[in-house]
Design a protein around this ligand. Sequence first.
Ligand code: HMG
Length: 388
Amino acid sequence: MQIGIDKIGLFTPNTYLDLVMLANARGVDPDKYTIGIGQDQMAIAPLSQDSVTMAANAAREVLDDDNRDSIGLLILGTESGIDQSKAGALYVQRLLGLKNARAFEIKEACYGATAGLMTAYDFVTAHPNQKALVIGSDIARYGLDTPGEVTQGAGAVAMIVSAAPHLLALEPATAIHSDDIQDFWRPNYSKEAFARGKYSTEQYIEFFQATWADYRAQTGRTISDFKALTFHLPYTKMGLKALRTILPEATEAEQAQLLDRYQESTLYSRQIGNIYTGALYLGFLSLLEHSTQLVAGDRIGLFSYGSGAISEFFTGILQPSFEKQLAGADHKAMLAARRQLTMPEYENQFQAELPEDGSEYEIDLAMDNAPVILKGVKEHERNYQVRI
Ligand code: HMG
């Protein structure tokens, strides 16, 4: 029995910052951001979008009358959780009109959605008549005028995991590498992440090399067995650095193809930024929605990295009807319809906060046209609404 990703959906807020503008404001050469880091724009979430609303907005795209009643598992991977106790997945379940799913939240930095996907794989293996909804939803924040500022972003990716999937059948072999390291973390009292920037990039590459070596040893496969390799993308130069370490294993023609596929996998990230848990799947979706070279039967590699840190390299085979599962035109239209923020608007939006003292607050919703929104807070409770 084959199990894997049947459908995949994307949501990102409707405002963004141009990174040439950011570079100019910070006194940095714009080439550092657009070439050195490899980012052009980053999505900025308004107060009316949090990890719950973005998750629900992304998931609306993948739910339909055929799968809605068979969702037995709902996992939200996030590191932008809104509560220390209650799972964001339960709000998402209600906002989607789902019932009685095993609904919970997973945290392990950017690995959270992959933990969800692997759990879903096991769940569907045990319950082939049921499906799982796995969502990665995050707002990446490092702070104004910090080295990490250019690698922020916001968005969510939602996946239906099922038996006989129409998009990508996951293969059983996976390689995992994990260790307790301090490359990136966010203590409970902080709204922004702390990152040991250079160290984190070195660890990312070392963890990639460890899982790649393990995968090769386990399976006997080589780089020639892959039509594309996709990566967790905190910024688009990062995956390229990892890819380059193994490219010499390929022929010149294969190297050119893998680099072309890599560029296709970075196009959404270049405009959205780091979305933490969803970032790998954003790259995977970008590849499928921009490449004209992939055909059913192609093997795709996926490298997941979550700081702290854990990495997993796993693979899947594109299914015969995979193109029909995509909505590239809609996603490109969503990005094209976004509004560019000015620097003061960005800084105000970044600093805007919900009250933490229980006082009532209504969010100005004029600029947010998303179907699922956060309207405000009252007595420490978030008030969500589905408007369409
Ligand atoms: P930085 O120190 O400002 O940048 O921070 P830099 O000095 O290292 O320069 C970056 C690149 O730009 C370099 O290229 C420069 O040469 C180049 P590289 O050597 O890397 O190939 N450059 C230029 N290129 C063209 N024209 C120029 C120019 N000037 C310089 N004029 C850093 C960069 C990524 C460290 C910072 O943004 C940061 O700390 N980001 C946050 C941490 C991060 O994203 N780490 C990635 C690995 S960890 C991870 O992926 C997990 C994560 O997603 C979290 C989770 O798991 O939850 C973060």
